[in-house]
Ligand binder design. Structure first.
Ligand SMILES: NC(=O)C1=CN([C@@H]2O[C@H](COP(=O)(O)OP(=O)(O)OC[C@H]3O[C@@H](n4cnc5c(N)ncnc54)[C@H](O)[C@@H]3O)[C@@H](O)[C@H]2O)C=CC1
Ligand SMILES: O=C([O-])CC(=O)C(=O)O
Length: 312
């Protein structure tokens, strides 16, 4: 008898779901079950088979299957939800709320039915509100329902800083707090390059431009793609979160977490620094914020609350 293999289900086999499935398999984080709604042409099965056939070439040991039957997700160790519609140029993430909330509810019911002990990471937008929806629908403890925004938003910030300084991205560390919208809060004070505070390396006005570009980073890609939104960096972000959970790494990673008093907020999902490990969100780290940073976080939290009001 072999050891039990880890099973990760990715719901939604569109741009982000398919890319995530491949990255998870390439990193051998587990066997991957890719799920989408039934389609006459069965692209989900086709995509999964194509990925499975990359395994002998790249030498990764992970099975990948495509399906429209949630039975195949039974006893998943981790479930990643990417199902739903994406925005197009001219739209905001919040425009997706009603359609995607309905999809979150039906997907969550299936996931919980077949994997009552799993951990869920949500990507679908507007992601703070969709994570809240999945949390309420699932009845899961808060630490096992997590949203993705901060890894991606921080990655964008670090990309722009590395480009500005002409240094390796490996040396740039950033921190983005708040909701995954245009008023997210990149924290300059907690960001550095090779340990040197960014304020010592980049002029204030230029830093403000980098913050502004980070805030609208999703929209920048939407405009460049023309017919959908980002998927390579989002998939990489989901993969790093999955790795932290599957390998019980206890990494300090910004994630969308349920707040019960942290940062002064109640009954809301919002991006904060967390410790991510085998139990999901194991801790929320509370940073001291200046008045200006607190005001910016308040503005971002209010935007999330306004989206949640549409749902209640
Ligand atoms: N939180 C974040 O940082 C990011 C969030 N997103 C969001 O992720 C979502 C997915 O984006 P993409 O993959 O680019 O979109 P996509 O349109 O390429 O794929 C979405 C897939 O969901 C499937 N789907 C729809 N209803 C379903 C259901 N009931 N059950 C299972 N599958 C269902 C569709 O058939 C489609 O294949 C969007 O809402 C997008 O805004 C995307 C990038 C980053
Ligand atoms: O911008 C979008 O609609 C997709 C997304 O959340 C991102 O790329 O940050």
């Amino acid at each position: 008898m072999g050891l039990k293999r880890t099973k990760i289900s990715v719901i939604g086999s569109g741009f982000t779901g398919a890319t995530t499935a491949l990255m998870l398999a390439q990193k051998e984080l587990g066997d991957v079950v890719l799920v989408d709604i039934p389609d006459m042409k069965n692209p989900t099965k086709g995509k999964a088979l194509d990925m499975a056939e990359a395994a002998p070439v790249q030498g990764f040991d992970a099975r990948v299957i495509g399906t429209d039957d949630y039975k195949d997700t039974k006893d998943s160790d981790l479930v990643i939800i990417t199902a739903g519609i994406a925005r197009k140029p001219g739209m905001s993430r919040d425009d997706l709320v009603n359609t995607n909330a309905k999809i979150m509810k039906s997907v969550t019911q299936e996931v919980v039915h077949f994997s009552p002990n799993t951990t869920i990471i949500v990507l679908t937008n507007p992601v703070d509100a969709m994570t809240y929806t999945v949390f309420k629908e699932s009845g899961f403890p808060k630490e096992r329902v997590i949203g993705q925004s901060g890894v991606l938003d921080t990655a964008r910030f670090c990309t722009f800083v590395a480009e500005e300084l002409n240094v390796s991205v490996k040396d740039v560390k950033g921190f983005v707090l708040g909701g995954h919208g245009d008023d997210m809060v990149p924290l300059i004070r907690y960001s550095n390059a090779g340990g040197v505070p960014l304020e010592k390396l980049i002029a204030k006005e230029r830093l403000a431009e980098i913050v502004a570009r980070t805030r609208t980073g999703g929209g920048e890609i939407v405009n460049l793609l023309g017919n959908g939104s980002a998927y390579y960096a989002p998939a990489a972000s989901l993969t790093v979160m999955a790795e932290a959970i599957i390998k019980d790494q206890r990494r300090i990673i910004p994630a969308i977490a349920y707040l019960e008093g942290e940062y002064g907020y109640q009954d809301i999902y919002l991006g904060v620094p967390t410790i991510l490990g085998g139990n999901g969100i194991e801790e929320i780290i509370e940073l001291d914020l200046t008045e200006e940073e607190s005001a910016a976080l308040d503005k971002s939290a209010n935007s999330v609350k306004n989206v949640l009001k549409v749902l209640s």
